[in-house]
Design a protein around this ligand. Structure first.
Ligand code: NDP
Length: 452
């Protein structure tokens, strides 16, 4: 049978675009459908604009610290609309780059909502297209719990387009987005409270990292309220919001921002016309080759709910394109040592196992830790401290995990990820010459275990 396309990709986000471009590069006839914006969550309402806002927020510390180096700066003023306008311009530029990347690689770009009608067909704007393979890369969507009054709150789709910087913000959640936006709002001058339902935020991260960031955010002025959750939200006569907490306390705010996880984006996708199955959490169930229960339909990225990170979606997209159209170059995705950063202020950078995970997995663990005041801050009033931690397998000497809270942790952990992927031992770390004077050199100079 002949099809209109070899591959029909639904969703032009990180994973979809990567799969489409690579497949087209291997000679496949490829279409991509996108109903919203090119580049998906990461480019439009995720990683990219978030990082720009984090840079913006860090200037608050920079201006203050500059004084220790002899600079006198006048009263620093911040203008939110300028930051948002400039951010929007940059995102539009990136949307254009994505468009060119797709078109120049020979992909047919179809702008509209695609709906699967059978195992090999997709409908878009009343037109039907047939394809040998259909790849679902529709990503995720913010999940906001349905507490009474939740319509007065915003999620991460709206936060990037606020008209004004709110004076008082409640950030709800204790994951990546909550912690990053608490730092952004706090740095830009909002009175910021973070409410998390559990004892300590960032569940799954190393406990030392979680505790250290708690201390640093508190020093920076973020009001952290753990074991706290909202029961209802009311809009008051003056336009402000009143949050009633489950313990009866009431908090006023100008903005309530939910960062309570994301759900897979499957709305009106037509899955009922297929035999595609979902897992118990509602994500598309795929096998090791990203194939769903319907063999012609594949899925990658946030919609399969494995690791919701852009570089992982890119790797999955590449794996699909190679397996289908360049099998001699096919390699599976290694989910073992995925480095990640939380762009809070200060940053978290982490790769490998936390101390708790390593113990749970039965390793005899040695822990090396260093806490210090970054050199750049020694001439300033800032009391911020950096944490670095290595988790080592005492039996084989292999480094199982590297964790950092401090400036540029995200940059530093990328190199460490290569070492861990190569199976580096603590001895190799010790024999590596440091770069002096840097914070990163601490990772190769920690000699005495703090616990084992
Ligand atoms: P996360 O899954 O990281 O965190 C969700 C948080 O919300 C958790 O603290 C969770 O608590 C809490 N929560 C969930 N449901 C409720 C509820 N009903 N009421 C109150 N609290 C609730 O999600 P995010 O939204 O922060 O981010 C989504 C994903 O996007 C991340 O997992 C990450 O993969 C990716 N991301 C990556 C970034 C990066 O690489 N820097 C940046 C931003 C996002 P509990 O822990 O108790 O379950």
């Amino acid at each position: 049978m002949t099809y209109d396309f070899d591959l029909f990709v639904i969703g032009a986000g990180s994973g979809g675009v990567r799969a489409a471009r690579f497949a087209a590069g291997y000679g496949a006839r490829v279409a991509v459908a996108e109903s919203r914006y090119l580049g998906g969550t990461c480019v439009n309402v995720g990683c990219v604009p978030k990082k720009l806002l984090v840079y913006g927020a860090h200037f608050a510390d920079d201006f203050e610290q500059a004084q220790g180096f002899g600079w006198s700066v006048g009263e620093a003023k911040f203008d939110w609309p300028t930051l948002i306008t400039n951010k929007n311009r940059e995102i539009e530029r990136l949307n254009g780059i994505y468009r060119n990347l797709l078109v120049n690689s020979g992909v047919t770009l179809l702008e509209g909502h695609a709906r699967i009608v059978d195992d090999h067909s997709v409908e878009l704007d009343g037109k039907r297209y047939s394809a040998k393979h259909i790849l679902i890369a529709t990503g995720g969507w913010p999940h906001i719990p349905e507490v009474p009054g939740h319509e007065h709150a915003i999620g991460s789709n709206e936060v990037f387009f606020l008209q004004q910087l709110p004076k008082r913000v409640l950030v709800i959640g204790g994951g990546y987005i909550a912690v990053e936006f608490a730092s952004i709002f706090n740095g830009l001058g909002s009175h910021t409270s973070l409410l998390y339902r559990g004892d300590l935020f960032l569940r799954g991260f190393d406990n030392a990292v979680r505790n250290h960031l708690q201390e640093e955010l508190t020093k920076h002025g973020v009001d952290l309220q753990f074991n706290s959750d909202i029961a209802r939200i009311d809009k008051q006569a003056d336009g402000s919001l009143l949050a009633t907490l489950k313990d009866g306390r009431k908090l006023e705010a100008d903005c309530i921002f939910y960062a309570t996880g994301r759900r897979p984006m499957l709305d009106n996708l037509g899955l009922e016309n297929t035999h595609v199955e979902l897992d118990e959490r509602g994500y598309i169930k795929v096998d090791a080759k990203y194939q769903s229960s319907t063999p012609s339909i594949l899925a990658i990225g946030d919609v399969i709910g494995r690791v919701q990170l852009t570089p992982v979606a890119l790797a999955e997209g590449m794996a699909v394109a190679r397996r289908l159209f360049k099998p001699e170059e096919y390699r599976t995705v290694d989910y073992q040592t995925i480095p990640t950063a939380v762009f809070s202020l200060p940053n978290i950078g982490t790769v490998g196992l936390s101390e708790e995970q390593a113990r749970e997995e039965g390793y005899r663990v040695q822990v090396f830790e260093s806490r210090f005041r970054p050199m750049k801050l020694t001439l300033t009033e800032s009391q911020e401290r950096t944490l670095m931690k290595l988790v080592v397998d005492a039996d084989t000497d292999r480094v199982l995990g590297c964790h950092m809270v401090g400036p540029e942790a995200g940059e530093i952990v990328q190199g460490l990820a290569i070492a861990l992927k190569a199976g580096a031992t603590k001895q190799i770390f010790d024999e590596t010459i440091g770069v002096h004077p840097t914070a990163a050199e601490e990772f190769v100079t920690m000699r005495t275990p703090v616990s084992s």
